[in-house]
Ligand binder design. Structure first.
Ligand SMILES: NC(=O)c1ccc[n+]([C@@H]2O[C@H](COP(=O)([O-])OP(=O)(O)OC[C@H]3O[C@@H](n4cnc5c(N)ncnc54)[C@H](OP(=O)(O)O)[C@@H]3O)[C@@H](O)[C@H]2O)c1
Length: 264
């Protein structure tokens, strides 16, 4: 099997690095219009081309990881080489499967993936959905490649805008929360590097407990003892509407993703 990646940006390079864990170097090829990005992938020992058509011709699974505004040009460029045997995987935010199929061929096997940036450290939150022509076997093949990069869920395509707003943009919200914790620690006299370790580790450890089965509401209650310090802190967060702000932020990102998809 040959896996090809078009667009060696942040996501494309992370995909290549992850594929290297389960595939041989000879089974991975990539292309990018930037010589500098091509050089980064070459350093990993894979074959790199400036011509996207070459990837479409050679690869059995073609991953498209260019920016949304470049997507249609790339799809038009590779369209003549897409046969019904190939699987096309798009990680492009907002680009609907129907749009991809309309540029490629009627019977193109398309799978859409919404990853997030922690896939760089194999802790991605990844959602996958399939177009009508892709089979269960095709989606399983893609999920198996993605499973080394984090947690993978399979959804219907109509959930992709919600997922973009929740976990696609999620690392930005969590980073803001960590930044705020660090500034609070510094304000109270902690060294910045100590505050950073304590804040990030708190987020990671809490997330790990939740993923292992502890419900977040129970965890919150367990930390909040009567008339204690956490109860004071929680009261301030609730008074400032932090819970509602987070829900509204995710809703705004969902709506933006939906608008971008409708425009595209
Ligand atoms: N970053 C995230 O957190 C994230 C999360 C979920 C989904 N995504 C999706 O993943 C995709 C890639 O995002 P990214 O953050 O990796 O973007 P990026 O770092 O900008 O990477 C895109 C790469 O594609 C190259 N490129 C542009 N036009 C091309 C063409 N015609 N042929 C071949 N290569 C071309 C770009 O080269 P130049 O720099 O020279 O233009 C760049 O190296 C986007 O569609 C985005 O919606 C990203």
């Amino acid at each position: 099997m040959v896996v090809g990646v078009i667009g060696i940006g942040k996501i494309g390079l992370a995909l290549i690095n992850s594929f290297l864990r389960s595939l041989k170097k000879e089974e991975i090829i990539a292309s990018d219009k930037s010589k500098e990005r091509c050089r980064l992938a070459e350093e990993l020992g894979i074959s790199v081309y400036e011509n996207n058509s070459h990837i479409a011709k050679k690869a059995d699974i073609v991953w498209i990881a260019v920016k949304p505004q470049e997507a249609i040009d790339v799809l038009e460029e590779i369209s003549p080489f897409i046969t019904e045997k190939k699987i096309i995987v798009s990680v492009i935010a907002g680009l609907k499967i129907s749009k991809i199929i309309s540029v490629l061929k009627k019977n193109a096997k398309v799978i859409r993936v919404m990853p997030n940036l922690p896939l760089l450290v194999n802790e991605g939150a990844i959602a996958v959905c399939k177009g009508t022509e892709a089979s269960e076997e095709d989606i399983n093949q893609v999920v198996s490649l993605l499973s080394t990069m984090g947690k993978v869920i399979i959804v219907e395509e109509n959930k992709m805008d919600a997922i973009t707003g929740l976990s696609g943009s999620g690392p930005a919200y969590v980073s803001l929360f960590i930044e705020a914790m660090v500034e609070a620690g510094v304000r109270l006299g902690l060294k910045r590097e100590d505050a950073l370790i304590l804040s990030a580790q708190t987020v990671m450890g809490t997330a790990k407990m939740v993923l292992l089965g502890k419900h977040p509401a129970i965890l919150r209650e367990e930390v909040t003892s009567p008339a204690g310090t956490t109860a004071e802190g929680m009261f301030v967060l609730e008074r400032w509407g932090v819970r509602a702000a987070i829900m509204e932020a995710i809703y705004a990102a969902y709506e933006k993703s939906k608008r971008l998809g409708d425009e595209g």
